[in-house]
Design a protein around this ligand. Structure first.
Ligand code: SAH
Ligand code: SF4
Ligand code: F3S
Length: 446
């Protein structure tokens, strides 16, 4: 039997963490990961359904694997993640060559499912949502470091039901993990050489609001801040309505907390924010931004914005553009609205022509490009502390790391610097990264 597996991951950090668990579980039943689907006996896709395009991509990939299955009927093909959760049995019906469908709460069942297919070629599906207790027991745990930076999951699920969003439907209700377990994991990772921790969750700053987490998110950050060996802390994704004053204040006194916050606004119009069920208004959002900048003047913010939500008028869109110009985000991830099955917004009339939406999208992109360019170009000449993560893809003798603002910097150096924070003078700024040169310790930093 061919015990080699090929795994492809789409979507957000939640899927990245789930995929690491998949690798771990498959290794436990004797599988070894390979780089190309052609050499594998088991092919798995961990999927995302946040937008239609993401979902279509999955079908595209599966189509690519079909000829492999035609050639080799013993090949096992499986789909997990958010598309699997959303489509369930339909996937098995639509794609006769598919063997396994496992949902977002069922990663732990994968070994059993693979063995079932190996033994009797029965196609199987596990897409049940689990109860809170079971989910808490099954929280993905990180035991291996072997890297400078690591994600640690602190909560799962989302209860917000933004009207356009599929996530609450495919990930289930919010659960927070006990803080003692999170801190044990962080301490363990620090011991293996991890220097930067990113606390993750679909709605990370609602940590502790629901059953499970017994302390506030700001308190959790303070405890992670106290772990020896950890030099930097980040967290994502935050919901503006759950950004408490206590959490904002943490940017003023937690010295390990990076001065970057991803705080998706989605849109700048009060009317649309209500339609989106975001739970905050424009002014409330802007007040939080002002407070953040007051506490931590050089904090950089990034955001997600949806263009073309049903009923978006020119005026609504102008308000989004104004808000962007006012906040001056360092980067924005913008998306054209995509109707998702089963969400509230999918039933709203949407009469704006696609061409108009596209024009708005292009205008937004060009405004943001200008702001991003100016923001990152302002770093040229500065000496910034960079946590070195590894060897750079740019070529021999180059290493890379990130600044507190989460920007990748490539520079000349050697692998002995990996895991260390070094002073780097920024010399050039590109669209997604910067170039620098290492400074002798003690060089003037500003
Ligand atoms: N939990 C995070 C991430 C959600 S998904 C959060 O709340 O911010 C990432 C981004 O995808 C969202 O912020 C939103 O901008 C975008 N998105 C979600 N559903 C979408 C849809 N139906 N159409 C277009 N963009 C969408
Ligand atoms: Fe989706 Fe809103 Fe939850 Fe984010 S907060 S995952 S956008 S429902
Ligand atoms: Fe996509 Fe699921 Fe994440 S829909 S964004 S992979 S939670």
């Amino acid at each position: 039997m061919n015990k080699r597996f090929y795994l492809e991951t789409f979507g957000c950090q939640m899927n990245v963490v789930d995929s690491e668990r998949i690798v771990d579980l498959l290794q436990q039943i004797g599988y070894r990961q390979v780089e190309t689907p052609e050499e594998a006996g088991l092919i798995l896709l961990n999927t995302c359904s946040v937008r239609d395009k993401a979902e279509r991509k999955v079908y595209g990939h599966l189509g690519r694997f079909k000829p492999l299955k035609d050639e080799n009927p013993s090949l096992i093909l499986g789909v997990g993640g958010c598309v699997a959760q959303q489509e369930g049995e339909n996937l098995l019906k639509k794609l006769r060559y598919l063997d396994i469908v496992f949902g977002t709460h069922n990663v732990h069942k994968l070994p059993e499912m693979v063995q079932k297919v190996e033994q009797n070629r029965t196609r199987c599906r596990e897409t049940e949502f689990l109860d809170r207790e079971t989910r808490l027991q099954l929280f993905p745990k990180r035991t291996e470091g072997e890297a400078v930076t690591r994600f640690v999951t602190v909560m799962q699920g989302c209860d917000n039901f933004c009207s356009y969003c599929i996530v609450p439907h495919v990930r289930g209700r919010e659960v927070s993990r006990p803080s003692a377990e999170i801190l044990d994991e962080v301490r363990h990772l620090a011991g293996t050489g991890v220097r930067e921790i990113t606390l993750i969750g679909q709605n990370v700053n609602s940590y502790g609001h629901k059953e499970g987490g017994e302390i506030s998110f700001a308190e959790l950050l303070a405890r992670v801040n106290a772990v020896e060996g950890i030099e930097r802390i980040r967290f994502t994704t935050s919901h503006p309505k759950d950004l408490s004053d206590e959490l904002i204040d943490a940017f003023g006194y937690l010295e390990k907390l990076c001065r970057h916050l991803h705080l998706p606004v989605q849109c700048g119009s009060d009317r649309l924010l209500r339609e989106m069920n975001r739970g905050y208004g424009r002014e409330q959002y802007l007040r939080k931004v002002t407070r953040l900048k007051g506490i931590c003047p050089d904090i950089r913010l990034t955001s997600d914005i949806i263009v073309g939500f049903p009923g978006e008028t020119e005026e609504d869109f102008e308000q989004t553009m104004e808000l962007m110009a006012q906040v001056r985000y360092a980067d924005v991830f913008s998306f054209l609205y995509s109707a998702r099955p089963g969400t509230a917004a999918a039933d709203l009339p949407d009469e704006t022509p696609a061409a108009v939406k596209q024009q708005r999208f292009d205008r937004l992109l060009s405004l943001q490009e200008e702001i991003s360019r100016d923001t990152w170009a302002a770093d040229i000449g500065k000496v910034l502390p960079v946590l070195v993560e590894g060897e750079s893809k740019q070529g021999k003798g180059q290493i890379f790391g990130r600044t507190t603002w989460n920007r990748i910097v490539n520079f000349e150096g050697d692998s002995s610097m990996i895991g260390k924070v070094v002073p780097v003078r920024i010399t050039k700024s590109f669209r997604n990264s910067q170039l620098g040169s290492i400074q002798e310790p003690g060089a003037r930093s500003r």
